[in-house]
Design a protein around this ligand. Structure first.
Ligand SMILES: [Zn+2]
Ligand SMILES: [Zn+2]
Length: 159
């Protein structure tokens, strides 16, 4: 799922949580759970190429094209944070921890490509294993509406 959707799911689930640690953990778990559902990704060819590289292969170098893709991911993340604080009332630290947990697995996958450290590579393998094999990247209409639908449902139910 894209980071906006992960963020909204995470903040929806945790915004009434009593502890920052609990919110963070629930956010992380929600990431893996929702990555199991077939979903769409926006077009970031260099990020996709990097994320599909064999776990533990040599570190990648920052190119102009990769930086442009990373900028899109950063915008995705910024929207996720902003919408989470907009939609849900609660402690800023709890919501922030929930969103951080909900996006962290993808950030760790990204980090493993620059720094193929043992634990990061292991996490990359786990993320590949749990991530659905069904990608709706070529079906944006279906992919975007389902992800928007999931986000809207979470806002309506948990707000
Ligand atoms: Zn995905
Ligand atoms: Zn993921």
């Amino acid at each position: 799922m894209i980071l906006v959707t992960h963020s909204i799911i995470g903040s929806a689930l945790v915004h009434t949580a009593l502890s920052v640690g609990g919110a963070f953990t629930a956010g992380v778990l929600s990431h893996y759970l929702f990555d199991m559902i077939p979903h769409w990704h926006y077009h970031v060819p260099k990020v996709k190429e990097a994320s599909l590289r064999a776990p533990g292969s040599a570190p990648i170098k920052l190119s102009r094209a990769l930086l442009a893709d990373i900028r899109l991911v950063a915008i995705d993340l910024a929207f996720g944070l902003a919408l989470s604080f907009l939609f849900f009332d609660g402690s800023w630290s709890v919501i922030g921890a929930g969103v951080f947990g909900a996006v962290l697995p993808d950030l760790l996958v990204g980090a493993s490509k620059f720094w193929p450290q043992k634990l990061l590579v292991l996490h990359d393998k786990f993320h590949r294993w749990i991530h659905t094999d069904i990608r709706l990247d070529d079906r944006p209409m279906l992919g975007i509406t389902t992800q928007a639908g999931i986000a809207i449902l979470f806002v309506l139910f948990f707000r």
